[in-house]
Design a protein around this ligand. Structure first.
Ligand SMILES: Cc1cc2nc3c(=O)[nH]c(=O)nc-3n(C[C@H](O)[C@H](O)[C@H](O)COP(=O)(O)OP(=O)(O)OC[C@H]3O[C@@H](n4cnc5c(N)ncnc54)[C@H](O)[C@@H]3O)c2cc1C
Length: 276
C-alpha cells in the first residue's frame, strides 16, 4: 500500500492527476474498522488529508457558518457558534460515540460515509447545509440531501473531495433525538432533527424534520410536516410517517420497532414544542 499525506489542496490535486483510485483518510474511524473487518478491501493508495490547512476551522460570517471538512465532532461540540445557532448539531455531538472517537471523527467523514444512521446528518439536513466540493474540474456546491444518494453512496467523483460545509444562519430553533441501544458508543436505531419556528399567533412559521435509520438515506418527513403545517392534528397526521419511511430489520432493531418508536417519540416531542 502507498501512503501519501499532502500538505495543500494543490499537492492533493497532483496526486489525483498521477494516481487513480485514491482512498481518502480523515479521522479513520470508519475507514480503518471497515478495513480491519474486511482486509481484502482494496486500499492500494491511502491519502491522509489531515495535514491540509485549508480544510481546518470554523468561520462565521454575517450570513452563514463555514465548517472545514476536517473539523472534528469534538471541535463542533466545543464551538460556541455551533451551540448558539444549530442546537440540533450541537446535541448530536453530545450523543456521538465516546470522547476518543469524537476527537478523531470529522464532519466530512460522517457525511461522506453516507450511513443512514450518521448522527450529524439530520441536523445538517434541517439547517439546509450545503457541501463544498473541490476536484480536478473545479469547485461546486451541492445541498446535503442531493450529495448523499444511498447507503454509502454520494455524488463525489473519484478526483473530488469535500472541503467544507456551509450552513446559513437563521433564527430557527432545532433539536436532535437519538435512540441507541445504550447511552454512549451506540449507533442510532433511530435519530431525527426538528427545525422549527412558531409565530406570535402560535402557528408554525416553519417546520422541517429529517430522520435517520428509517430509509437508505436520511430523509425529510415532508408529507407529515406539510399536514401539521396546514393545521392537521398531530395524533391524526402521525400515521403519514409510515408512508415516507422504509425501515429495515437489522442487528439493532426490527423495522416495525423503528416505525413505532419514531412515531411515538415524534408525536411526544411535537406536542411538547407546539401547544395549541
Ligand atoms: C467506536 C465507534 C463509535 C462510533 N459512533 C458513532 C456515532 O455515535 N455516531 C455516528 O454518526 N458515527 C459513529 N461512528 C462512525 C464514525 O466515527 C463517523 O462516521 C465519523 O464521522 C467518520 O469520520 P472520519 O473522519 O473518521 O472518517 P474516515 O473514516 O476517515 O472516512 C470515512 C469516509 O469518508 C471519506 N472521507 C472522509 N473525509 C473526506 C473528505 N473531506 N472528502 C471526501 N471523502 C472523505 C473516506 O474516504 C471514507 O470513505 C463511530 C465509529 C466508531 C469506530
Amino acid at each position: 500500500m502507498k501512503y501519501f499525506a499532502p500538505k495543500s489542496l494543490e499537492e492533493l490535486k497532483d496526486l489525483f492527476l498521477s494516481n487513480h483510485d485514491l482512498n481518502i483518510l480523515a479521522g479513520g474511524t470508519d475507514v480503518l474498522p471497515r478495513w480491519q473487518d474486511n482486509p481484502s478491501l482494496k486500499l492500494d493508495v491511502l491519502v491522509d488529508i489531515k495535514k491540509i490547512p485549508e480544510l481546518i476551522g470554523i468561520k462565521e460570517s454575517e450570513t452563514d457558518i463555514k465548517i472545514g471538512a476536517l473539523t472534528t465532532v469534538q471541535d463542533l461540540k466545543k464551538s460556541d457558534i455551533i451551540k448558539k445557532h444549530f442546537s440540533s448539531i450541537y446535541e448530536a455531538t453530545c450523543q456521538f460515540a465516546g470522547v476518543q472517537i469524537r476527537h478523531r471523527a470529522t464532519i466530512a467523514g460522517n457525511i461522506c460515509n453516507a450511513s443512514p444512521a450518521g448522527d450529524l446528518l439530520p441536523g445538517l439536513y434541517v439547517h439546509n447545509a450545503v457541501i463544498q466540493i473541490s476536484g480536478l474540474k473545479g469547485e461546486r456546491v451541492v445541498p446535503i440531501h442531493q450529495f448523499i444518494t444511498g447507503v454509502g453512496k454520494t455524488i463525489l467523483e473519484s478526483d473530488e473531495i469535500v472541503v467544507g460545509i456551509v450552513i446559513p444562519k437563521s433564527s430557527i430553533k432545532s433539536l436532535f433525538y437519538k435512540l441507541g441501544l445504550r447511552q454512549s458508543m451506540a449507533i442510532s436505531v433511530v435519530n431525527f432533527a426538528i427545525a422549527y419556528e412558531i409565530d406570535e399567533n402560535n402557528n408554525w412559521k416553519s417546520l422541517q424534520i429529517a430522520a435517520g435509520s428509517v430509509a437508505p438515506t436520511v430523509i425529510y418527513l415532508k408529507t407529515f410536516t406539510d399536514a401539521l403545517f396546514s393545521g392537521s392534528d398531530v395524533d391524526e397526521s402521525i400515521q403519514l410517517v409510515d408512508d415516507e419511511i422504509s425501515p429495515i430489520d437489522d442487528i439493532r432493531a426490527t423495522a416495525s420497532y423503528r416505525s413505532k418508536v419514531i412515531k411515538n417519540v415524534l408525536m411526544h416531542i411535537i406536542k411538547e414544542i407546539y401547544v395549541r
